[in-house]
Design a protein. Structure first.
Lengths: 375, 375
């Protein structure tokens, strides 16, 4: 019975049908058989595909040149600009997938939250959810509103799909329900997530309502990105590592699962989090075709724990890219050795590239992964 | 052969000898048989002992009143003041141990580092170790220098021991080699530990020399605190959770182990870290009579992994204390249920009390732990 399978298995079952080719609107043969897409499906590959979180980012001079002319939100909202930095980075680095330049917080604007990227401070939300009564202010969005309000993301995906090499898959993405809720409750970044957890602990009803609204919006948003031309999607649960396993199970898992279950079949979902060493089995339960984790777990142990029937992504410490190239190469080899050439490993960092990273080192890493992983 | 035991077992063996009573200079019968000391030795107790990291801290009005009249470093360096806040908090909360008011960074001053607590910024080190050549600037300190330079800590311990209830043990402490090195390299707090890891990865020789110097100073410092009247000591490896298991094993474990091995026998060592879910077995290998961890691991699973022959400390999320008292009590019960009344559990938070915490909730927690854990 399909109902008895976990979401990953249920989606995998669906992926075996014709839906596997129809999910992504722009899925050509070249894309379907690309190394990255094959690895997502745990099919054999000639070498381990690699891409890097924040590969289009501040560490790259060409990005800083564009950024100097626009605010961060302007870059996100001008499809040509977002597309330019996406395509440039992917082609320059020689990676096996591109990820659309955007921000996980864009979706909260149509939900009625007032978002600003203040200079040097990161994101600020001027009307955060501080208490139960505020949850009702968070708007339930419909598909047409997502398309209207975030049309610039879909436009950027369309342009990027046209400009990218025809065999280079494009990843769409969103923040996970917990990570988005943490921004919505704290009004920005946070160290201890006090407001978020206080709502969770003191009013579970309001908390679940907030996460349900976020989750429905996220599913619509991911499917719109797929319709616009993304071949895969990633859910970033960047801050979920602040939770105990019990809290994750009770307050977060059902919501992340509902997002993943509602993504069109045939489109691989990458489910990524940091600091998730004690949550891996639960993250697997929430679902995803590819599970991503950081450098604080050993890739081989983590893969064993989530199950060999799932693809995995990771897991080099981004700080390793600040060391000399010899060290970076040795670390790449160590991780590839742990993966033992098994099908279904996508090489990546354990979190985004740091702004201080030399571009040359990043290119060396991509080359090292390709070379050292030749089958 | 003692040499084949791990450090914890070797220390435990030593603890069975007469040294068990002689280690701590001020060990009276009342202290030796206190609930906290019995739990450190995994002996039976009438209820689970509890104390809380940062129990003398900003969340408490009486602390803020004292702090308003002194800088943070002044508070540390005036033994009467440090003692006053230590004793007041322990008696007010009704906890089962006091911990001396001090800072893990005090020891770096005699090592030649220029420490300041800048307003609102936390610690700043004006002459950090940025590269291999800087390591030679870090001075090797001798026992007499520790006593001369940090005599105020030892004085505070002597006064506190005199003022505390006679059956209330006093804990001395230090930062662990890695956590101290991270401050010394970064010049303060850090998000990504780039300078620290760069030194580690690019010049392992310089790194090990730095950690060896720190470790020798720490052992002298802990033993001086014991001589002054501390009944137990805690090693705080607060930031070690940024490391992969392989990096911990290679760059950190031998140094932490050498500190612990050099603490006088008969004095329990609490070895604490946060974000250590993937490091627990290695932390056990480094040693300690009591291992402390945060809320992101389940107490029962963590205890199983480190071995039932070790005492454990933990592990309530400090943010839980910002929720209502009903939630706090339920969480205390959940953790006590996981411990199953086994000997060798010391209740604590998974990290320090947050400044926003209501004192009344903290007192309720202490009462709940005592009441719910009655044997």
């Amino acid at each position: 019975m399909d109902d008895q399978l976990n979401p990953a298995a249920r989606r995998a079952r669906a992926n075996e049908t014709d839906a596997a080719r129809d999910g992504a609107a722009a899925m050509t043969d070249a894309l379907y058989h690309s190394t990255f897409m094959r690895a997502c499906r745990r099919e054999s590959v000639p070498y381990t595909p690699v891409w890097l979180m924040r590969q289009a980012g501040r560490y790259m001079k060409e990005y800083r040149d564009v950024r100097a002319k626009h605010t961060f939100l302007e870059m996100c909202k001008q499809p040509e600009v977002a597309s330019e930095v996406t395509v440039y980075a992917a082609h320059r680095l020689g990676v096996d997938a591109a990820i659309i330049f955007a921000d996980i917080l864009l979706i909260i604007e149509p939900m009625g939250l007032d978002l600003e990227f203040a200079k040097g401070e990161g994101p600020v939300i001027h009307n955060p959810v501080r208490a139960s009564a505020d949850v009702d202010r968070v708007r339930e969005v419909e598909s047409s509103e997502v398309l209207a309000s975030l049309g610039y993301v879909m436009d950027a995906i369309r342009i990027t799909r046209r400009e990218l090499k025809p065999d280079l898959p494009l990843i769409g993405f969103c923040g996970a329900p917990f990570t988005l809720a943490s921004y919505i409750c704290e009004g920005g970044s946070s160290k201890n997530y006090i407001t978020t957890k206080r709502l969770m602990y003191n009013d579970a009803g309001a908390w679940h309502e907030l996460l349900a609204r976020i989750s429905r919006a996220l599913a619509l948003y991911l499917n719109a990105q797929i319709d616009a031309g993304a071949q895969a999607v990633q859910i970033f649960d960047s801050w979920v590592g602040c939770l105990s396993p019990d809290d994750y199970r009770e307050y977060v898992l059902p919501h992340t699962r509902s997002v993943i279950e509602n993504v069109k079949p045939g489109v691989p979902v990458i489910h990524f989090g940091t600091g998730t060493a004690t949550l891996l089995e639960l993250i697997r339960e929430a679902g995803g075709d590819v599970l991503g984790f950081d450098w604080r777990v050993s890739l081989d142990e983590a893969w064993e724990r989530v199950g060999r029937d799932t693809a995995v992504m990771g897991n080099l410490d981004p700080v390793a890219l600040l060391a000399n190239v010899g060290h970076v190469r040795a670390e790449a080899k160590r991780i590839l050795d742990q993966a033992q050439g098994r099908d279904g490993h996508i090489f990546n960092l354990g979190h985004g590239i740091l702004p201080e990273t030399p571009v040359g080192t990043v290119i060396s890493l991509v080359e090292a992964v390709h070379e050292l992983s030749q089958r």
